[in-house]
Design a protein around this ligand. Structure first.
Ligand code: SF4
Length: 363
């Protein structure tokens, strides 16, 4: 293992088994769930999977060095000493209406307060959910609440800021059956937080029917936005995202272009999942088209989540993903897109991707 960037990619793709008794994090939920945040000696954070069938085959084991530090071992050999992001104090608190704060929002990475504002999705209700997505599982497991209200979320921000663990915020949402696709719910929370804090906020949603809903998010004060196409392969998009895939890819380019006008270059991103069956060429060509209009293709490996149709899939190999990161990083440099300029959310957090490490030639 040459670099911590390579170790990060390996942990993202393989996950890590536990040789120590610690909580493994949330099993289900939106985004790359099923893990804990490990701090590498580089200071960077990685969302290392600890749940999932693929993890059982991982060569990596986390063992305890002392009460503060851990050691990653590979086939019994020490690979690196690491830290583990501790659960914040606010997890022990409740909001004014008695909801445990960890059911309202979670600490992502080292300093990002994140929540899924609406924990259901219209496509799930029609059996058309994205096959890698576990959004409603954490609700089913009683690990969260359906709708995060603006005031309640702001109380969690108060606690997290008070504790010094909230430097930026990620607000994502399942898609409600409304034309705004969740923009109104997101905007309400953005306004509530911005009325009390100058904390950068990232919002994520699928393209709304009308782009005025994106303008509403910008007016509310959101700083960055994620509109996730998941894959640039048209056929796989329709197969793997049977509901969202009906929107068509053109709508994503149209929405991205308007987002870049409103939020600026480097402030708009899309998740691009590697490991859905796509070819490397489609990832690189699509990433170039996105970068061309100022959008950051946030490359992440498939995270097979227990309870989803893709639970038995395997993430891509670290070698394949490393090649893609290096190629996409060069594309970003060619178009003058610097992921380190991103103000809030996943690109800034970086725990689920090694794109920034590749951009900095640390991979
Ligand atoms: S990159 Fe995004 S989803 Fe991943 S831990 Fe950070 S904020 Fe959460």
């Amino acid at each position: 293992m040459e670099s911590f960037g390579e170790l990060k990619v390996a942990l993202l793709c393989r996950g890590i088994k536990l040789g120590v008794n610690i909580d493994r994090g949330r099993k289900g939920g939106a985004g790359p769930a099923g893990g804990r945040y490990i701090i590498l000696p580089s200071g960077r954070c990685v969302n290392a999977a600890m749940w999932g069938r693929f993890v059982e085959k991982s060569p990596y084991v986390l063992v305890e060095r002392d009460e503060k530090f851990y050691v990653i071992k590979e086939d019994g050999e020490k690979v690196s000493e690491v830290g583990l992001v501790p659960y914040p104090q606010f997890y022990r608190k409740c909001t004014s209406n008695g909801t445990p704060m960890w059911k309202v929002a979670l600490l992502h990475g080292t300093d990002c307060l994140a929540t899924t504002v609406f924990q259901k999705c219209i496509y799930w209700s029609k059996g058309l959910g994205c096959k890698f997505c576990g959004i409603e599982l954490s609700l089913k497991y009683g690990k969260t609440i359906l709708l995060k209200k603006a005031r309640e979320f702001r109380e969690v921000v108060d606690a997290a800021v008070g504790e010094g663990v909230c430097k930026h915020i990620t607000l994502t949402t399942g898609t409600p059956g409304t034309p705004d696709k969740g923009a109104n719910l997101l905007a309400e929370i953005v306004r509530e937080v911005k009325n009390h804090y100058e904390i950068p906020i990232h919002v994520q949603l699928e393209p709304p029917n009308d782009l005025r809903y994106i303008e509403e998010l910008a007016d509310a004060g959101a700083d960055t936005v994620g509109v996730h196409i998941e894959t640039f392969d048209k056929k796989i998009f329709r197969e793997v995202c049977p509901g969202k895939g009906r929107i068509g890819m053109e709508k994503f380019y149209e929405t991205w272009a308007r987002c870049v006008e409103l939020f600026g270059e480097c402030q708009v991103s899309t998740y691009v999942i590697v490991g859905l069956g796509e070819g490397v060429e489609s990832v690189l060509k699509g990433s170039e088209k996105a970068a061309e209009i100022g959008v950051i293709p946030y490359i992440v490996p498939l995270r097979p989540i227990i309870g989803t149709p893709f639970e038995n899939r395997s993430p891509p190999s670290p070698e394949k993903l490393t090649y893609i990161y290096r190629e996409v990083a060069q594309i970003l440099r060619d178009y003058g897109i610097d992921p380190r300029k991103n103000l809030a959310g996943c690109v800034r957090c970086g725990a689920c991707s090694a794109l920034t490490e590749a951009y900095e030639n640390n991979l």
